[in-house]
Write a protein that binds this ligand. Structure first.
Ligand SMILES: Cc1cc2nc3c(=O)[nH]c(=O)nc-3n(C[C@H](O)[C@H](O)[C@H](O)COP(=O)(O)O)c2cc1C
Length: 308
């Protein structure tokens, strides 16, 4: 079984990837999306979103990190894909699932699920441009408003030569509302030979099992669940017990050891508060502690509360 750490824009950056892959259980990470308009982006844009490129494109614990691109222009996506691979990205992931209004207005992300032909053109252009030994993966939802085009989209993705397909088993209209329709992934598997990764609404090892049963898919991608329970991948893959609240607090404290330059010291407090939103789901203690620490703006105060 392979477990992929989901791309999460504004949440799972290189520090979070470092932390979660050190806890373990992950085989691959996908970066936050790099937005491609009509331009070949400079190397520094890729390094900013994926500093691991400077370190062999792996996290400090050795897990590969693949760059994700989002956009609508086949040729510009292809050129930027080549650049990302030249900079060291192990393959390219293409985002066809982002529900954000600003992104969809400029025709990137989930809105492309309305246009199987555009999906085909994008994946084909990227596949043709990137060296054969570098995988091109795509990440989709079940559709935009509904699931009517899902099998057509999967067919387009298959014909275009994608090597791997992650399916977030909800439409854009479903947003992040439970449930995730894992059964749909089983139907998708009937119409394609591309290896599939199932994604959506996996919060514990039982969910993972159920998702595998319903989707017929062994490989999983997890996002929010890994923030709610940092060793979720280990509980799924290696039967570890869920991390205790005490262990989780220690992890949060160790996260303060990451120094971020030129962010005026706001990085740690902001990220910890954001992280608590997910932790509250798994640990009731996080709810109480959040009330206490949300009023603080500097790292030392927050660490003091966490370490108390
Ligand atoms: C805050 C946030 C940011 C996300 N950013 C991205 C992104 O940059 N690229 C992408 O393909 N999916 C993105 N997603 C979707 C996730 O990768 C994943 O498909 C979704 O959260 C469902 O998986 P989960 O239930 O395990 O969280 C994002 C989701 C959230 C909640």
């Amino acid at each position: 079984m392979k477990i992929v750490l989901a791309p999460m824009e504004g949440v799972v950056d290189h520090l979070m990837r470092d932390m979660l892959t050190r806890v373990g259980g992950f085989d691959l990470c996908i970066t936050e999306f790099v937005r491609v308009v009509e331009q070949l982006l400079p190397a520094k844009t890729f390094y900013r979103l994926c500093p691991e490129l400077l370190n062999g494109a792996v996290t400090s614990s050795g897990v590969p990190v693949r760059v994700q691109l989002l956009g609508q222009h086949p040729q510009w996506l292809a050129e930027n894909a080549v650049r990302a691979v030249e900079l060291g990205s192990p393959g390219i992931d293409l985002n066809f699932g982002c529900p954000a209004k600003t992104v969809n207005k400029s025709k990137g992300g989930a809105v492309l699920l309305k246009e199987p032909e555009t999906l085909y053109q994008i994946i084909k252009a990227v596949r043709d441009a990137v060296p054969k030994d570098q995988p091109v993966s795509a990440k989709i939802r079940l559709g935009f408003d509904d699931t009517s085009l899902v099998l057509e989209n999967v067919d387009a993705i298959t014909q275009a030569g994608a090597d791997l397909l992650t399916v977030h088993a909800r439409t854009k209209a479903d947003g992040y509302r439970p449930p995730a329709y894992w059964e749909w992934i089983a139907k998708i598997k009937e119409v394609t030979d591309i290896p599939i990764i199932a994604n959506g609404e996996i919060w514990n090892a039982d969910d993972a099992k159920l998702c595998q049963q319903r989707s017929g898919c062994e490989n999983l991608m997890i996002g929010r669940g890994a923030l709610a329970m940092p060793n979720l991948a280990q509980t799924i893959k290696n039967n570890h017990a869920p991390m205790s609240w005490q262990q989780t607090k220690e992890l949060l404290v160790s996260y303060s050891g990451y120094e971020i330059y030129s962010d005026k010291g706001r990085y740690y407090p902001n990220r910890i508060k954001q992280w608590f939103n997910y932790l509250k789901r798994q640990y009731p203690e996080a709810e109480t502690m959040f009330v206490e620490l949300k009023k603080f703006k500097n790292a030392d105060d927050i660490v003091r509360i966490l370490a108390a």
